[in-house]
Design a protein around this ligand. Structure first.
Ligand SMILES: NC(=O)c1ccc[n+]([C@@H]2O[C@H](COP(=O)([O-])OP(=O)(O)OC[C@H]3O[C@@H](n4cnc5c(N)ncnc54)[C@H](OP(=O)(O)O)[C@@H]3O)[C@@H](O)[C@H]2O)c1
Length: 320
């Protein structure tokens, strides 16, 4: 048997329950992946709350959260040439990774699976796709070039930390990032100039600016206001948090560019890039992981660790 964490209706993390399911088999053009680690993201609790139901309709009851994970191919279906049993892969895209085994499309044109960089372990690999992929798209949208100065709001979150590092790998001359004071040592270590948000934020950023481009990973009118004041061209500002009021102020929303995840992961794999893991919980405690993430302030990513096959049946959340 296999394990999955599912939900039957929109709501709070209390809706999640762990259950046993048969191990799927690989249909034509599919592989079965056994996950070793699963990334937790804000989109998970937004989907669970029903915030995205108009854009991302789910099959309820029995829907599964999770848009990234790392694991090992355990079965290869007919017609799949790209992967072999034992390959280490990262899965990204549509929701459904809060489980131990998943049958995933793996034909040539499918783009849900990518080999994972050698130097990362499963937990580190599992949290790369959303953070690195979003950072990559945002940097492409603002057209950051070597030698330029970048302002990053929400620099201490998952996407923010990836943005800071990818910007510096791109050759940015200076990256200034907002985050709470407890994450400033981390931001400095990664090469950013940290600024505390709230209070004197606007004055401090004005002293450090102007900037060639800005990427907002926090959302809200405060970051939008400083971006508009300190970056002269609208096209060189972007926010990754959809908000009509922010867009009306002159900060465009992110348009995802086709993700060259393989080449982004290759670049990251050959650099000192890191995404700290701030918390790890067993998959059966996914509800706690979501509550923790929603509370915020972690300074890194949360991972869920599925049971190894043969381990005792999952403990339902309410008994954990
Ligand atoms: N459009 C897309 O494709 C896309 C993709 C990924 C994520 N997102 C969205 O982007 C947001 C960030 O995602 P994430 O994974 O990076 O989340 P996260 O890891 O929870 O990070 C959010 C960060 O925002 C910081 N923050 C909160 N209020 C702030 C403020 N007023 N000024 C500056 N920073 C502030 C927090 O910093 P401290 O911890 O230091 O307080 C926190 O680290 C979420 O809303 C998510 O849904 C969108």
């Amino acid at each position: 048997m296999s394990t999955a964490v599912l939900f039957d209706r929109y709501g709070t993390p209390d809706e999640l329950y762990a259950t046993d399911l048969p191990v799927p088999s690989a249909g034509p053009g599919e592989v079965v992946v056994r996950y070793l680690a699963i990334g937790v993201n804000p989109i998970d609790w937004k989907i669970l709350r029903g915030d995205l139901r108009a854009h991302l309709p789910l099959d309820l009851p029995g829907a599964c959260l999770g848009v990234e994970a790392a694991g090992v191919v355990v079965e290869v279906g007919a017609g799949v040439r790209r992967f072999r049993v034992g390959d280490r892969v990262v899965r990204h895209g549509r929701p459904g990774t809060y489980r131990l085994h998943e049958a995933v499309p793996a034909a040539q044109e499918a783009d849900e699976l990518t080999a994972w960089p050698d130097r990362f372990d499963a937990e580190q690999a599992a949290v790369l796709p959303v953070a690195a992929g979003t950072a990559y798209s945002a940097l492409r949208q603002v057209g950051l070039r070597a030698g330029e100065r970048l302002l990053v709001h929400g620099a201490s979150g998952g996407v923010g930390l990836a943005t800071v590092q990818l910007a510096l790998l791109t050759g940015a001359a200076r990256v200034v990032g907002t985050g709470s004071a407890r994450h400033h040592d981390l931001l400095r270590r990664l090469g950013a100039v940290p600024v505390e948000y709230g209070g004197q934020e606007a004055e401090r950023l004005a002293e450090l600016g102007p900037f060639d481009a800005s990427i907002d990973c926090a959302g809200g009118l405060g970051p939008a206001g400083t971006a508009v004041r300190l970056v002269s061209e609208t096209a060189r500002r972007v926010t990754i948090v959809a908000d009509p009021a922010v867009q009306a102020l002159g900060v465009p929303y992110l348009e995802h560019v086709p993700l060259e995840l393989a080449s982004t992961l290759d670049l990251i794999g050959h650099s000192p890039f890191e995404l700290p893991i701030a918390a790890r919980l067993p998959l059966s405690r996914a509800a706690e992981a979501l509550a923790l993430g929603e509370k915020g302030g972690l300074g890194g990513k949360i991972v869920l660790v599925p049971p190894t096959p043969g381990q005792a049946a999952p403990t339902p959340r309410q008994d954990a």
